[in-house]
Design a binder for this molecule. Structure first.
Ligand code: IMP
Length: 433
């Protein structure tokens, strides 16, 4: 199996960074295919903790080549900071990081518009990460985006920037009552980046396809999660890219048959940052325990994550959309203290009674937002799971919890993460990458 995708099955923050860092030890290439610095992939390395926003999570492994595909959006200021952190930690990334010249650049006006628009919304805010993601993808689809490769030609870059900035400043001043941004400052900053980052520019599609043809092992790193997908998520409370498996092809320029296996990652419970529907959200002490034990604060924004029970209805949906057969459950140890656990197996809706699946667009619909989760109750284990390295070492109730998930979503759980460290993980024999 030369290629494997790791995809988030919830609203992001499933702990993909740790899994990718673990897996990357056995892979030649790690490729990010969508999103940008809205991602926050936490990786523990020796006594250092990295939060990668832009750089693929495999960068810590000295033999792994890391690439960022055309479907991603790049904030070069964030990239610069991340690379200098890696340098300080003596991680040698020279010659191991490439960015597709077709990836779009997040420019200062994208961030300014993201912030101004969120502040300006009178109804429910989306609760974006304010990193300029949405406005950058908008420009891409409006065919006025500026791409990484445009930095090869100073004149072309400057003329595109001037044209765009005139429009963006008009919007910022006239609609959002903000100060205009300085053209000279942006041009100077970005022409500096042009020199600094030119050696990272590549045709990533060519790189990935060639690696595949040579039989190299390739890991596709998803950012965010399926329920934040622009098409298949809880629209409009979603990100602007395609985290689901289909995004791999459009984001990297490879054919679907080059994705050999897809591994879904889900937390043992559910979290969400930002606004939008969340049927199993907890507002009580249990929710607070999950938040505290799981350190549920956004890796990118520091915002407290909303917490709730595992939602098997939504998990089944994500499993289907990605065609996943094998899943990894993360943060099982966060449930260690709880005396009773619940898993949502169905919804009680006003119109249709009890339903085991729901059309994702209806979840944001006013008519069904008052749906009630139907819970399966399970006994907690109230013992630590952190030292367990085999399924048989887990408390009986924890194994029942995992087997229940397997039955509810019709997937095999091939690994369970029980702590922050790379080795705090239980692997089944079928986890064979
Ligand atoms: P944006 O991606 O910054 O436009 O934010 C849109 C929505 O996606 C908001 O609800 C964000 O909180 C959420 N979001 C974006 N990136 C992540 C992530 O990496 N993890 C979890 N939520 C995210």
């Amino acid at each position: 199996m030369p290629s494997l995708a790791v995809i988030g099955l919830q609203w992001g923050d499933e702990g993909k960074g740790k899994i990718i860092d673990y897996l990357a030890q056995g892979f030649d290439l790690v490729a990010r295919y969508q999103g940008g610095p809205n991602a926050g992939h936490t990786v523990q390395y020796k006594d250092l903790r990295f939060i990668f926003h832009q750089v693929p999570s495999g960068i810590i492994n000295p033999q792994t080549l890391c690439v960022i595909g055309a479907g991603c959006v790049i904030d070069l200021a964030t990239l610069k900071t991340e690379l200098s952190q890696l340098k300080d930690a003596k991680v040698d990334y020279q010659g191991r990081l490439y960015i597709d010249s077709k990836a779009h650049l997040i420019l200062p006006y994208h961030k300014a518009i993201d912030e101004a628009r969120e502040a300006f919304r009178t109804g429910e805010k989306i609760g974006t990460t304010l990193k300029g993601i949405g406005p950058c993808y908008e420009d891409k689809y409006a065919r006025i985006g500026i791409r990484f490769g445009d930095l090869r030609n100073e004149e072309l870059f400057s003329s595109k920037l001037k044209k765009n900035l005139a429009q963006k400043n008009f919007l910022l001043m006239e609609l959002y009552n903000q100060e205009p941004l300085s053209e000279k400052k942006i041009i100077d900053e970005y022409l500096g980046y042009a020199q600094e980052f030119k050696s990272y520019m590549a045709d990533v599609s060519e790189l990935v396809n060639t690696a595949y043809e040579q039989g190299k092992k390739i890991l596709f790193e998803g950012a965010q999660g399926t329920l934040l997908d622009i098409d298949f998520g809880t629209y409009p409370y979603v990100t602007a890219s395609s985290p689901h498996a289909g995004g791999i092809c459009t984001g990297l320029g490879i054919g679907p048959k080059r994705i050999d296996e897809i591994l879904g990652v889900a937390k043992a419970y559910t979290t969400r940052v930002g606004n939008g529907p969340f049927p199993t959200e907890l507002f009580d002490e249990t929710g607070r325990i999950l938040q505290a034990e799981g350190a549920e604060f956004g890796a990118t924004t520091g915002r407290a994550r909303r917490c709730g029970w595992l939602d098997a209805v939504l998990l089944r949906y994500a499993v289907k959309v990605n065609n996943v057969k094998k899943i990894i459950i993360t943060k099982l140890d966060v449930l260690d203290r709880l005396a009773e656990l619940k898993i949502c197996e169905a919804y009680l809706t006003k119109k249709a009674g009890v339903v085991k699946k729901i059309s994702i667009d209806l979840l944001s619909d006013a008519e069904v937002t008052d749906l009630e989760p139907v819970y399966l109750k399970l006994q907690g284990w109230q013992k630590t799971t952190q030292g367990a390295r085999k399924f048989s070492e887990l408390p009986y109730e924890a194994r029942v919890y995992l087997e229940t998930i397997e039955k509810l979503v019709d997937c095999e759980i091939v690994a369970v993460s029980v702590g922050k460290e790379r080795n705090d993980i239980i692997l089944k024999n079928s986890f064979n990458w």
